[in-house]
Ligand binder design. Structure first.
Ligand code: UTP
Length: 315
């Protein structure tokens, strides 16, 4: 960690990553495996997320796991048998790759007994987090490496306190898939945090608004920096949209209060939603094309494939 990062994260040291959802959109693949363990090229999605937290200086990582916790725990733990086999073969590249995963962060796990919703999953982090601000990274939401979104959000928290959400503009016909924010310019009209990521004040939030009712096109994506005040609200929260305890509902209460501001960092960089099948496939293609080892061959195959004009059978 360099000195600048250390300063930015002085008050936020912990990352919480919920991975206890049912992943129904990926059934039957997710019957016995969390969707966050599905491979994106040759790493599970969750590894990219832990790498992002560690790069932002958050090396204390709490996973909120569900019934399939084994696979997630094992991935970040030593595998002496495998390491021994790779060492014996002299396969140092793969041995390094396997060992590097275990050194990314200090991993902790807590079980969410039942998948009662994202808000409930976050509440499960309370005893580990204590009375400190903390980051939440959704385990199926990837942010392009080097985008620095989390670092910017930590900076906003350090400057303004309260909680911070990441917002992305989406097409009006997609707002019903997200939590949507009603926003005002932060600190008065015309003020912006920086040219690339304007900062806004969130004044209201709605989880998955019905078509045509979204307060804006600003969708909440899977990165949060939360004030511990959120725990008290989650504890009292009633099931909301879809019968689940929604984080959005607790954040809305914070946004309505005067003493806990909720800011939004507007993000326009690269984000990959690996919880949705079509988006998952696009993620793999895009990231594989960028890989120095696989990219050149894969791109040339892909170009031929597209040129050949493949259609669905019978299409
Ligand atoms: P999603 O709503 O995208 O995940 O939750 P899901 O419910 O697993 O997916 P589908 O819709 O059935 O396919 C966002 C994140 O919150 C976690 C999920 O694992 C995912 O990373 N989550 C959700 C929990 O940890 N617990 C929950 O009760 C719900």
């Amino acid at each position: 960690m360099n000195a600048t990062t250390a300063t930015l994260t002085a008050t936020v040291t912990k990352a919480v990553i919920p991975v206890a959802g049912l992943g129904t959109r990926f059934l039957p693949a997710t019957k016995a495996t969390p969707k966050e363990m599905l491979p994106v090229v040759d790493k599970p999605a969750i590894q990219y997320v832990v790498e992002e937290a560690a790069a932002a200086g958050l090396e204390d990582v709490l996973m909120i796991t569900g019934r399939n916790k084994r696979a997630v725990e094992d991935h970040f733990d030593n595998n002496t048998e495998l390491e021994h086999a790779l060492a014996t073969k002299g396969d140092t590249a793969r041995l390094d790759a396997v060992r590097r995963v275990t050194r990314l962060a200090h991993m902790h796990h807590v079980r969410q007994g039942e998948p009662l919703g994202l808000g409930h999953a976050v509440l499960c982090a309370r005893s580990h987090v204590g009375d400190e601000p903390f980051a939440v990274l959704l385990g199926d939401d990837l942010i392009g490496p080097g985008e620095g979104l989390l670092e910017r959000m930590l900076r906003v928290r350090a400057r303004y306190g309260g909680s911070v959400v990441a917002l992305m503009e989406v097409a009006p016909d997609r707002t019903h898939l997200y939590g949507c924010a009603k926003v005002e310019p932060a600190g008065g009209a015309g003020s912006a945090y920086d040219a690339h990521d304007p900062l806004v004040r969130v004044v209201d939030l709605v989880e998955k608004p019905a078509h045509g009712t979204a307060p804006s096109n600003y969708a909440v994506i899977g990165r949060y920096v939360l004030d511990p005040a959120v725990f008290g609200l989650l504890e009292k929260a009633q099931p909301g949209h879809g019968g689940e305890i929604q984080l959005t509902d607790a954040l809305r209460e914070l946004a309505h209060s005067d003493d806990h501001p909720v800011h939004g960092v507007v993000f326009s960089g690269r984000r990959f939603d690996t919880g949705d099948r079509a988006s998952y496939l696009r993620t793999i293609v895009e990231l594989a094309c960028e890989r120095p080892d696989l990219g050149p061959d894969f791109r040339s195959w892909l170009t031929d494939f597209v040129r050949a004009g493949h259609e669905a059978p019978g299409g």
